[in-house]
Design a binder for this molecule. Structure first.
Ligand code: HEC
Ligand code: HEC
Length: 216
């Protein structure tokens, strides 16, 4: 009798535990609630539709190429991309969870970030860099790689239009300082090497006024 109860108990544990052991939380669950093991829900900072938070300088994730997002989570975890905020969260995600949450945000539509804001007196300089580059030093236009309105080109080139101005400027500064070194074959490191301080400010401001869903 005792032995039998034991077998039932094991059976019960297996039937209850197996689905939770086998399947990681869905990408949507991770985005909304986190994994309960150190990675919080992403939407509290990145927006309920992954649209970002311009006031706080948090980037949008919605509509970014899946492999780009996955690459960034890995880079935060192995610190080839420095972020004191994201590093512990990314490190707390398993490989399967990183994949699931990247696929989830990649599947959401790019946000319409048009705020009606103007890029002010540096608008022309910013637009020139984005659409024409700086051929005097051999630098192609940003939109040559990032798409004709900065909407990104999967799998390697992320959308850059409409990201928060401070976020964009910080990323370009991080490449300059070596705090972000995970990009494929050093493409962005080469780009940033051709930019002056004033160029970084102008192009970040200009891009932040655009929407990846509309022609500039
Ligand atoms: C407390 C706020 C906060 C939470 C919660 C948060 N993030 Fe972030 N996330 C940030 C900040 C800030 C950055 C910008 C980091 C930098 O400056 O490099 C960022 C950047 C990112 C990036 C890089 C985006 C890009 O365009 O390169 C990815 C991917 C990302 N987060 C995914 C996630 C995921 C997935 C979760 C949930 C598991 C999450 N984040 C939760 C604040 C947060
Ligand atoms: C030769 C191709 C190429 C050109 C030209 C280029 N980029 Fe990039 N850019 C990339 C690649 C590749 C990545 C992704 C890096 C990674 O995976 O970490 C990237 C990433 C970025 C990011 C990070 C986006 C994010 O969400 O964190 C920013 C910002 C950026 N580029 C801005 C620019 C600007 C501004 C210009 C023009 C001055 C430019 N890029 C020109 C290839 C390019």
């Amino acid at each position: 009798m005792k032995k039998r109860a034991g077998i039932y108990l094991i059976f019960a544990i297996l039937t209850y535990a197996a689905p939770t052991l086998g399947a990681p939380p869905s990408g949507k669950t991770l985005a909304q609630q986190g994994n309960g093991k150190g990675a919080p829900g992403c939407v509290s900072c990145h927006g309920d539709k992954g649209q970002g938070n311009p006031a706080a300088g948090y980037p949008y994730l919605a509509g970014q190429p899946e492999s780009y997002l996955l690459g960034q989570l890995n880079a935060f975890a192995d610190q080839t991309r420095t972020s004191p905020v994201m590093q512990p969260f990314a490190s707390a995600l398993s490989v399967e969870e990183m994949q699931a949450v990247s696929a989830y945000f990649a599947g959401l539509p790019l946000p319409d970030t048009d705020s009606g804001k103007s890029a002010g007196d540096t608008a022309d300089a910013g637009r020139r860099l984005a659409t024409q580059g700086k051929w005097s030093v051999g630098m192609p236009a940003c939109f040559q790689c990032h798409g004709d309105r900065g909407q990104g080109v999967a799998p390697h080139f992320p959308a850059i239009s409409g990201q928060p101005e401070d976020y964009l400027r910080n990323q370009l500064e991080h490449w300059r300082k070596g705090a972000r070194s995970n990009d494929p074959i050093g493409l962005m490191q080469a780009v940033v090497g051709h930019l002056e301080e004033a160029d970084i400010a102008a192009v970040s401001r200009y891009l932040s006024t655009l929407s990846p869903t509309k022609a500039p």
